[in-house]
Design a protein around this ligand. Sequence first.
Ligand SMILES: [Zn+2]
Ligand SMILES: [Zn+2]
Length: 288
Amino acid sequence: MKKKDLSMFVRFWGVRGSVPTPGINFIKYGGNTACVELRCGNTIMIFDAGTGIRMLGESLAKEFFDKPIQVHLFISHTHWDHIQGFPFFALAYNKNATINFYGGHSVSTLEKLILGQMDKEYFPVSLFELSSKINFIELSQNAFTINDIVIYYTHLFHPGLSLGFRVEYDDRVFVYASDNEVLNDPELGEYNLKNIGTLIKNADILVTDCQYTPDEYKSRIGWGHSSIEIVAQVASRFGVKHLVTYHHDPSHTDDDIAKTIRKVRKLSLPIKITAAQEGTTLYLSKKY
Ligand SMILES: [Zn+2]
Ligand SMILES: [Zn+2]
Protein backbone atom coordinates (compact mmCIF):
# COMPACT_ATOMS: atom_id res chain seq x y z
CA MET A 1 0.00 0.00 0.00
CA LYS A 2 1.27 3.49 -0.88
CA LYS A 3 2.22 5.60 2.15
CA LYS A 4 0.18 8.76 2.64
CA ASP A 5 2.10 11.94 1.74
CA LEU A 6 2.03 14.19 4.80
CA SER A 7 4.39 16.90 3.52
CA MET A 8 1.71 19.52 2.70
CA PHE A 9 -1.40 20.10 4.72
CA VAL A 10 -3.85 22.78 5.75
CA ARG A 11 -5.38 23.05 9.21
CA PHE A 12 -8.35 25.20 10.16
CA TRP A 13 -8.19 27.16 13.43
CA GLY A 14 -10.83 29.80 12.74
CA VAL A 15 -13.38 29.73 9.92
CA ARG A 16 -15.94 32.36 10.93
CA GLY A 17 -16.30 35.76 9.28
CA SER A 18 -16.90 39.14 10.88
CA VAL A 19 -17.18 38.25 14.58
CA PRO A 20 -16.65 35.18 16.81
CA THR A 21 -19.75 33.05 17.41
CA PRO A 22 -19.58 30.95 20.57
CA GLY A 23 -22.66 28.84 21.38
CA ILE A 24 -24.27 25.45 20.94
CA ASN A 25 -25.43 26.19 17.40
CA PHE A 26 -21.86 26.69 16.19
CA ILE A 27 -20.04 23.66 17.60
CA LYS A 28 -19.55 21.61 14.45
CA TYR A 29 -18.00 24.26 12.17
CA GLY A 30 -16.64 26.47 14.96
CA GLY A 31 -16.95 30.06 16.11
CA ASN A 32 -13.41 31.45 15.93
CA THR A 33 -12.56 34.06 13.31
CA ALA A 34 -10.17 33.65 10.38
CA CYS A 35 -6.98 31.64 10.87
CA VAL A 36 -5.59 28.87 8.66
CA GLU A 37 -2.28 27.04 9.05
CA LEU A 38 -0.44 25.67 6.03
CA ARG A 39 2.60 23.40 6.26
CA CYS A 40 4.86 22.93 3.26
CA GLY A 41 7.54 20.53 4.45
CA ASN A 42 9.16 22.27 7.44
CA THR A 43 7.86 25.73 6.52
CA ILE A 44 4.97 27.00 8.64
CA MET A 45 2.66 29.51 7.04
CA ILE A 46 -0.36 31.12 8.69
CA PHE A 47 -3.13 32.99 6.93
CA ASP A 48 -4.79 35.66 9.06
CA ALA A 49 -4.71 36.18 12.79
CA GLY A 50 -8.37 36.06 13.84
CA THR A 51 -9.27 34.51 17.20
CA GLY A 52 -8.40 31.04 15.85
CA ILE A 53 -4.69 31.90 16.13
CA ARG A 54 -4.89 31.56 19.92
CA MET A 55 -5.38 27.78 19.74
CA LEU A 56 -2.81 27.50 16.95
CA GLY A 57 -0.30 29.23 19.27
CA GLU A 58 -1.00 26.69 22.00
CA SER A 59 -0.59 23.83 19.57
CA LEU A 60 2.76 25.17 18.26
CA ALA A 61 3.98 25.76 21.82
CA LYS A 62 3.33 22.08 22.59
CA GLU A 63 4.98 20.92 19.38
CA PHE A 64 8.13 23.08 19.60
CA PHE A 65 8.35 23.80 23.34
CA ASP A 66 11.64 25.81 23.70
CA LYS A 67 13.09 24.94 20.28
CA PRO A 68 13.58 27.83 17.82
CA ILE A 69 10.56 28.31 15.57
CA GLN A 70 9.84 30.58 12.62
CA VAL A 71 6.39 31.26 11.19
CA HIS A 72 5.28 33.25 8.16
CA LEU A 73 2.06 35.10 8.94
CA PHE A 74 0.10 36.45 5.98
CA ILE A 75 -2.51 39.09 6.71
CA SER A 76 -5.18 39.36 4.01
CA HIS A 77 -6.31 42.72 5.41
CA THR A 78 -6.67 44.30 8.82
CA HIS A 79 -10.40 44.12 9.45
CA TRP A 80 -10.84 43.00 13.06
CA ASP A 81 -11.80 39.40 12.32
CA HIS A 82 -8.39 38.93 10.66
CA ILE A 83 -6.09 40.42 13.32
CA GLN A 84 -7.91 40.37 16.66
CA GLY A 85 -6.33 37.10 17.83
CA PHE A 86 -2.71 38.22 17.45
CA PRO A 87 -2.32 39.72 20.97
CA PHE A 88 -3.26 36.24 22.30
CA PHE A 89 -0.83 34.29 20.09
CA ALA A 90 1.53 32.40 22.44
CA LEU A 91 4.45 32.56 20.00
CA ALA A 92 4.48 36.36 20.22
CA TYR A 93 5.65 35.97 23.84
CA ASN A 94 8.28 33.31 23.10
CA LYS A 95 11.90 34.52 22.83
CA ASN A 96 12.78 31.55 20.61
CA ALA A 97 10.16 32.50 18.02
CA THR A 98 10.45 34.58 14.87
CA ILE A 99 7.25 35.89 13.32
CA ASN A 100 7.41 37.25 9.78
CA PHE A 101 4.34 39.31 8.94
CA TYR A 102 3.43 39.75 5.27
CA GLY A 103 0.83 42.20 4.02
CA GLY A 104 0.26 45.73 2.94
CA HIS A 105 -1.80 47.47 0.26
CA SER A 106 -3.51 49.82 2.67
CA VAL A 107 -3.04 53.57 3.15
CA SER A 108 -0.96 52.70 6.21
CA THR A 109 1.77 50.08 6.62
CA LEU A 110 0.96 46.70 8.15
CA GLU A 111 3.41 47.44 10.99
CA LYS A 112 1.57 50.64 11.91
CA LEU A 113 -1.79 48.89 11.85
CA ILE A 114 -0.70 45.99 14.09
CA LEU A 115 1.07 48.46 16.37
CA GLY A 116 -2.18 50.43 16.61
CA GLN A 117 -4.18 47.36 17.60
CA MET A 118 -1.78 46.87 20.54
CA ASP A 119 -1.81 50.49 21.63
CA LYS A 120 -2.21 50.87 25.41
CA GLU A 121 -5.79 52.09 24.92
CA TYR A 122 -6.76 48.68 23.49
CA PHE A 123 -4.37 46.14 25.00
CA PRO A 124 -2.00 46.09 28.02
CA VAL A 125 1.09 44.81 26.17
CA SER A 126 2.61 46.79 23.32
CA LEU A 127 4.20 45.30 20.21
CA PHE A 128 7.64 46.46 21.44
CA GLU A 129 7.28 44.51 24.69
CA LEU A 130 6.81 41.13 23.01
CA SER A 131 9.70 38.67 23.47
CA SER A 132 9.57 37.17 19.98
CA LYS A 133 11.44 38.59 17.02
CA ILE A 134 8.94 40.22 14.69
CA ASN A 135 9.62 41.27 11.11
CA PHE A 136 7.24 43.12 8.83
CA ILE A 137 7.44 42.50 5.11
CA GLU A 138 5.40 44.96 3.07
CA LEU A 139 4.52 43.17 -0.15
CA SER A 140 5.41 44.98 -3.33
CA GLN A 141 6.07 42.29 -5.93
CA ASN A 142 3.29 40.01 -7.06
CA ALA A 143 5.39 36.89 -6.73
CA PHE A 144 8.12 35.90 -4.28
CA THR A 145 9.59 32.82 -2.66
CA ILE A 146 10.06 31.44 0.83
CA ASN A 147 12.46 28.48 0.86
CA ASP A 148 11.21 26.23 -1.98
CA ILE A 149 7.71 27.74 -2.04
CA VAL A 150 6.46 30.21 -4.64
CA ILE A 151 3.83 32.69 -3.48
CA TYR A 152 1.75 34.86 -5.75
CA TYR A 153 -0.76 37.38 -4.50
CA THR A 154 -3.40 39.69 -5.90
CA HIS A 155 -5.88 42.29 -4.65
CA LEU A 156 -9.39 41.07 -4.03
CA PHE A 157 -12.71 42.88 -4.29
CA HIS A 158 -13.51 43.94 -0.74
CA PRO A 159 -14.04 47.31 1.02
CA GLY A 160 -10.52 48.69 1.59
CA LEU A 161 -9.23 45.74 -0.48
CA SER A 162 -7.82 42.46 0.76
CA LEU A 163 -5.12 40.12 -0.52
CA GLY A 164 -5.53 36.63 -1.93
CA PHE A 165 -2.54 34.25 -1.85
CA ARG A 166 -1.59 31.37 -4.15
CA VAL A 167 1.01 28.98 -2.79
CA GLU A 168 2.83 26.55 -5.08
CA TYR A 169 4.90 23.83 -3.48
CA ASP A 170 6.21 20.61 -4.93
CA ASP A 171 3.60 20.35 -7.72
CA ARG A 172 0.72 21.27 -5.45
CA VAL A 173 -1.32 24.48 -5.28
CA PHE A 174 -3.10 25.96 -2.29
CA VAL A 175 -5.08 29.21 -2.52
CA TYR A 176 -6.33 31.38 0.35
CA ALA A 177 -8.78 34.09 -0.74
CA SER A 178 -10.69 35.67 2.11
CA ASP A 179 -12.51 38.19 1.97
CA ASN A 180 -13.67 38.58 -1.58
CA GLU A 181 -16.73 39.27 -3.69
CA VAL A 182 -16.95 37.45 -6.99
CA LEU A 183 -19.07 39.88 -8.96
CA ASN A 184 -21.98 39.25 -11.24
CA ASP A 185 -21.59 42.69 -12.79
CA PRO A 186 -20.93 42.45 -16.57
CA GLU A 187 -18.44 45.38 -16.74
CA LEU A 188 -16.43 45.04 -13.55
CA GLY A 189 -17.07 41.33 -13.66
CA GLU A 190 -14.72 40.66 -16.54
CA TYR A 191 -11.67 42.12 -14.80
CA ASN A 192 -12.73 40.53 -11.52
CA LEU A 193 -13.05 37.13 -13.17
CA LYS A 194 -9.67 37.35 -14.90
CA ASN A 195 -8.00 38.36 -11.64
CA ILE A 196 -9.64 35.57 -9.67
CA GLY A 197 -9.03 33.08 -12.47
CA THR A 198 -5.27 33.73 -12.42
CA LEU A 199 -5.20 33.29 -8.66
CA ILE A 200 -7.19 30.08 -8.38
CA LYS A 201 -6.45 28.24 -11.64
CA ASN A 202 -6.09 24.47 -11.13
CA ALA A 203 -5.74 24.83 -7.36
CA ASP A 204 -5.79 21.57 -5.42
CA ILE A 205 -7.45 23.33 -2.51
CA LEU A 206 -9.13 26.74 -2.58
CA VAL A 207 -10.17 28.22 0.76
CA THR A 208 -12.37 31.18 0.01
CA ASP A 209 -15.09 33.55 1.09
CA CYS A 210 -18.54 31.99 0.62
CA GLN A 211 -20.29 34.04 3.26
CA TYR A 212 -23.74 34.29 1.69
CA THR A 213 -26.41 32.00 0.35
CA PRO A 214 -27.61 32.99 -3.15
CA ASP A 215 -30.73 34.58 -1.59
CA GLU A 216 -28.77 36.61 0.98
CA TYR A 217 -26.37 37.85 -1.69
CA LYS A 218 -29.19 39.50 -3.67
CA SER A 219 -29.56 42.20 -1.00
CA ARG A 220 -25.82 42.46 -0.21
CA ILE A 221 -24.23 43.16 -3.57
CA GLY A 222 -21.12 45.32 -3.16
CA TRP A 223 -20.54 44.37 0.49
CA GLY A 224 -17.35 42.52 -0.44
CA HIS A 225 -18.41 38.94 0.24
CA SER A 226 -19.55 36.19 -2.11
CA SER A 227 -22.51 33.98 -2.85
CA ILE A 228 -21.51 30.34 -2.50
CA GLU A 229 -23.21 29.41 -5.77
CA ILE A 230 -21.29 31.96 -7.86
CA VAL A 231 -17.99 30.93 -6.23
CA ALA A 232 -18.65 27.24 -6.89
CA GLN A 233 -19.35 27.95 -10.56
CA VAL A 234 -16.25 30.13 -11.01
CA ALA A 235 -14.02 27.69 -9.11
CA SER A 236 -15.10 24.73 -11.21
CA ARG A 237 -14.70 26.77 -14.41
CA PHE A 238 -11.05 27.44 -13.48
CA GLY A 239 -10.27 23.82 -12.69
CA VAL A 240 -10.19 23.98 -8.88
CA LYS A 241 -10.29 20.46 -7.45
CA HIS A 242 -11.55 21.10 -3.94
CA LEU A 243 -13.47 24.21 -2.87
CA VAL A 244 -13.50 24.80 0.88
CA THR A 245 -16.15 27.36 1.77
CA TYR A 246 -14.86 29.79 4.38
CA HIS A 247 -15.61 32.99 6.32
CA HIS A 248 -18.99 31.61 7.38
CA ASP A 249 -21.58 34.26 8.15
CA PRO A 250 -21.97 34.76 11.94
CA SER A 251 -25.73 34.18 11.62
CA HIS A 252 -25.28 30.75 9.97
CA THR A 253 -25.71 27.86 12.39
CA ASP A 254 -24.24 24.37 11.89
CA ASP A 255 -27.54 23.29 10.32
CA ASP A 256 -27.58 26.29 7.98
CA ILE A 257 -24.04 25.59 6.73
CA ALA A 258 -24.73 21.88 6.18
CA LYS A 259 -27.94 22.72 4.30
CA THR A 260 -26.19 25.26 2.05
CA ILE A 261 -23.45 22.76 1.18
CA ARG A 262 -26.05 20.10 0.32
CA LYS A 263 -27.82 22.58 -1.95
CA VAL A 264 -24.73 23.69 -3.84
CA ARG A 265 -23.64 20.06 -4.37
CA LYS A 266 -26.96 19.52 -6.18
CA LEU A 267 -25.64 21.77 -8.97
CA SER A 268 -23.48 18.72 -9.86
CA LEU A 269 -20.45 20.82 -10.74
CA PRO A 270 -17.19 18.92 -11.41
CA ILE A 271 -15.63 20.01 -8.12
CA LYS A 272 -15.46 18.74 -4.56
CA ILE A 273 -17.15 21.15 -2.12
CA THR A 274 -16.88 21.08 1.67
CA ALA A 275 -17.29 23.69 4.39
CA ALA A 276 -14.24 24.75 6.41
CA GLN A 277 -14.47 23.24 9.86
CA GLU A 278 -12.44 24.38 12.84
CA GLY A 279 -9.96 21.76 14.11
CA THR A 280 -9.81 19.74 10.90
CA THR A 281 -6.84 19.01 8.61
CA LEU A 282 -6.75 18.47 4.85
CA TYR A 283 -3.72 16.92 3.11
CA LEU A 284 -2.69 17.96 -0.39
CA SER A 285 -1.56 14.77 -2.02
CA LYS A 286 1.23 14.73 -4.56
CA LYS A 287 0.51 13.67 -8.13
CA TYR A 288 2.60 10.75 -9.37
ZN1 LIG B 1 -13.47 39.08 7.28
ZN1 LIG C 1 -12.97 42.18 5.64
